[in-house]
Design a protein around this ligand. Structure first.
Ligand code: ZN
Length: 500
């Protein structure tokens, strides 16, 4: 260890006043992002979709949400353990690539899949490698507060010491005594750890380890749990509102995050923890080793033994929202077929609603009809307010779809509503479907008619130019459209356009 290095890091102590909590209407949301060393699977899609709906709904309620979702690009070891190869470095070695090439490739892939499922990007997407200094500083604070020790160039979190004052395992309902008796790790002899429950917050890099940084303890890299503690509190404050992630991260990852924050800064970091549950396939846990896990493109193409056909990204999104995020979600061809029909029903109802016009009388309307629609809309929101109850919210949308069909088929009269409720239905029904649940109508070219509207505008501007004999402008518009593969044809009955 070089003393000069230590000095530099000591001078970089965190100034607490820089980390102000977000006050209402601001909400801080942190979600554990992917370790970017392999293709995104459907479990990742479910996790990110869960918190996409949280993000969308809180935004809808008028909160200003700062949504932080990290990219793990170092420190996550094979088997989620303290010993072993870095997942990214291993992939890089197998493919004969630079680790950052692996990181870039799978980060791009992750973003592509998120976009396909209409999952919004977070406000900040920090990377672990971009926060090495902050991680070293946090390790130092934990050591200074007496909750970590250095051992042979690595630094371990002292779980038994921490547990003397703070309940380790509280979030996941585990107790240190039980954890100790359940451990099979044999610490006699060569181990660097004082207790098998201790976990690495900084690991010494051996010679073959390519991803490594200088630190007060020598060349090494941060422990996997550390980055989330560092990046969440850096951007959201020492205590923030919501921390999300998959159920598989509850222990030890999130338990360790709490311990690190309390040990370093004396504060519980999170007000509300949210964990989405697992995916199962025909009742069995979805896993790569059982051969029943799906990649998004296999599902879309129907390229899997368990599928009879392909299912679109929006069908899958809808299917996932039909289960509560905290329940397991069972995947099967039949369940997807049913979801596809349901999704289509909802999209059709929305199209019919767009066509409905109102010619009623506010002095003479049907009170019970009006109340029924208002109640269904109210209930849709009440279910969302109750721990993001998307399945019940969707059930109310189906109730409303039936009503809309009846109005369209004239079994009921839309004019029986008062104008306020009619307008509310017109506005709110699509708002829930598209803005809050984040679904898209795949049949409409996904632009809700924006393309038609834009082309009409552009061709009107061109017509004005031609009427004024401004050939320069008119030719320029045509040429630019040509470069976009949009062909404009002037005929006797006006101007047409097509996409080549
Ligand atoms: Zn995390």
């Amino acid at each position: 260890m070089e003393k000069s290095t230590l000095k530099i890091y000591n001078s970089l102590k965190r100034e607490k006043e820089l980390f102000q909590p977000l006050n209402p209407p601001y909400v801080g949301l942190y979600v554990c992002g992917p370790t970017v060393y392999s293709d995104v699977h459907l479990g990742n899609v479910r996790a990110n979709l869960t918190f996409d709906v949280v993000f969308r709904y809180l935004t809808h309620l008028g909160y200003k949400v700062r949504y932080v979702r990290n990219i793990t690009d170092v420190g996550h070891l094979v088997g989620d353990l303290d010993e072993g190869e870095d997942k990214i470095a291993k992939k890089a070695r197998l493919e004969n690539l630079e680790p950052m090439e692996i990181v870039q490739r799978y980060t791009n892939g992750f973003h592509d899949v998120m976009q396909i499922y209409n999952i919004l990007p977070p406000s900040i997407e920090p990377t672990a490698t971009g926060h090495i200094i902050e991680q070293i500083e946090m390790v130092q604070r934990i050591i200074e507060n007496g909750y970590a020790y250095e051992s042979n160039g690595s630094v371990y979190f002292d779980v038994p010491k921490y547990n003397e004052k703070h309940p380790y395992g509280q979030l996941s309902g585990r107790k240190v005594d039980e954890l100790l008796s359940g451990t099979r790790e044999n610490l006699e002899g060569s181990s660097e750890k004082q207790s098998p429950l201790d976990f690495a917050i900084w690991k010494k890099a051996d010679k073959g380890h390519i991803m490594r940084w200088n630190s007060p303890w020598g060349l090494g890299f941060p422990g996997w749990h550390l980055e989330c503690s560092v990046m969440s509190t850096k951007y959201l404050g020492l205590t923030f509102d919501i921390h999300g992630g998959g159920m598989d991260l509850l222990f030890p990852h999130h338990e360790c995050e709490i311990a690190q924050s309390v040990a370093a800064d004396g504060q519980e970091p999170v007000k509300y923890w949210m964990h989405n549950n697992m995916l199962t396939v025909n009742g069995t846990k979805m896993s790569k080793s059982l051969g029943n896990s799906f990649l998004p493109h296999e599902l879309i193409a129907g390229d899997h033994d368990l599928l009879e056909k392909g299912f679109s990204a929006m069908t899958t999104r809808f299917f996932m929202l039909m289960s509560h995020y905290a329940s397991t979600l069972d995947f099967s061809n039949d369940a997807l077929m049913a979801a596809e029909k349901g999704f289509q029903r909802l999209m059709n109802a929305n199209k019919l609603l767009e066509k409905l016009t109102y010619d009623g009388d506010d002095n003479n309307y049907d009170l019970s009809q009006t109340k029924e629609i208002d109640d269904l809309l109210d209930q849709a929101f009440e279910h969302m307010n109750d721990d993001f109850g998307t399945p019940q919210c969707i059930a109310r949308l189906f109730d409303l779809s039936k009503k809309i069909n009846s109005y369209y088929e004239k079994q009921l009269s839309i004019n029986d509503l008062n104008s306020q409720t009619f307008n509310r239905l017109k506005e709110t029904f699509p708002k829930i479907i598209f803005d809050i649940l984040g679904l898209k109508d795949e049949s409409s070219g996904n632009d809700n008619g924006a393309m038609d509207g834009l082309m009409e505008l552009i061709l009107n501007i061109r017509k004005d130019a031609r009427d004024k004999k401004d050939w320069d402008t008119s030719d320029k518009i045509r040429n630019v459209l040509n470069t976009l593969n949009i062909v404009v044809k002037d005929g006797k009955e006006g101007t047409n356009w097509t996409i080549n």
